[in-house]
Write a protein that binds this ligand. Structure first.
Ligand code: ADP
Length: 298
């Protein structure tokens, strides 16, 4: 949908990326006055406009899902393109996780962080399963590219490196461009081949970011050694402290060296749902036992 420039107001900058700038703004809605939105603007060079146009086409193709940031329209202004998106009031997931580091532990029961981690995992997996079902590859999945909307609903965003693979089942990257190295599957680094399985690898790294409340992956590993460590020595990140074995297994499965042996996003939805219901069951059992005096918690 094309939106008239005079129906858009822009206020403050909320983010800046390689090709674009993101601003908080408002769009005019008939009779109901103005609605808060996020406006992504290409920096004036041609590369930026092409990247933003690609982003808009992919977002329009993917369509509407609760766990995918929604495109509301586009607007041409002078020689740049404006991309109008739903506004996610809590910003990106990485900043959100970092804020949780300061949460008072007493506000949570012991299992709360694990439940929250699985809930985050489930929402991103649902968004990605939807994107995959529309034959699109994200290509840049990470906590900084997931947004947190009202009611803490997670939304996959930033389709700047996304690709439509409708006719090919995979995408072979031709341009050098920027590569989010620590999130990228080894086969994509070398052969530049992107598939659902390479997005699943990145999802594993995102799970690690969730488990460490916004940690930077591969701490202490020199970036120039990473590829060799992953492919020749089968190195993988260790189980982070306070991360449940189940969540760790989930991420390790996403890092299988053989892309075909990694789970699909639809599998990951099922597995996280199951992990959550098992956690709920064990919590209920624990509460029942506490009420009947069988367990002393001190
Ligand atoms: P780039 O592709 O240029 O890196 P992003 O799409 O990743 O840009 O956006 C950069 C930052 O802007 C995000 O990390 C987030 O903090 C903020 N942002 C982007 N889109 C929205 C949105 N729809 N609602 C709220 N904040 C957003």
């Amino acid at each position: 949908m094309r939106i008239a420039r005079n129906h858009i107001r822009m206020h403050r900058t909320i983010g800046e990326g390689y090709f674009g700038l993101v601003m908080e703004g408002e769009i005019y809605k008939k009779q109901t006055s103005w609605t808060r939105v996020a406006v992504k603007i290409s920096k004036s060079h041609v590369e930026g406009s092409i990247s933003l146009a690609n982003e808009a086409v992919i977002m329009a193709k993917i369509g509407i899902h609760e766990n995918v940031v929604r495109l509301l329209g586009v607007c041409h202004h002078k020689d740049s393109l404006l991309l109008i998106m739903e506004y996610a009031e809590h910003g990106n997931l990485r900043s959100h996780l970092l804020l949780q580091r300061n949460t008072n532990a007493e506000e949570c029961t012991h299992s709360c962080p694990t439940q929250k981690a699985f809930l985050h995992a489930l929402q991103v997996a649902k968004g990605m399963a939807y994107i995959t079902s529309h034959k699109c590859i994200h290509g840049d999945l990470s906590a900084r590219n997931v947004l947190v909307g009202a009611g803490n609903v997670l939304k996959v965003s930033d389709f700047g490196l996304a690709k439509d693979i409708h006719y090919y089942e995979f995408y072979k990257r031709k341009t050098p461009g920027i590569v989010p190295f620590k999130w990228t599957a080894p086969e994509s680094l070398i052969d530049k081949i992107y598939t659902e399985a390479s997005d699943v690898w990145s999802f594993g790294v995102l799970l690690w970011e969730i488990a460490t409340l916004g940690g930077l992956p591969y701490p202490g590993v020199p970036i120039e050694e990473l590829y060799e460590l992953l492919t020749k020595r089968n190195y993988r990140m260790k189980q982070p402290p306070n991360c449940s074995k189940k969540l760790y297994n989930l991420m390790v499965n996403c890092w299988n060296e053989l892309p075909n042996n990694r789970p699909r996003f639809s599998d990951l939805v099922g597995q996280t749902q199951q992990a959550m219901s098992e956690l709920e069951k064990s919590d209920t059992l624990m509460q029942d036992a506490q009420r009947s005096g069988e367990v002393v918690t001190e």
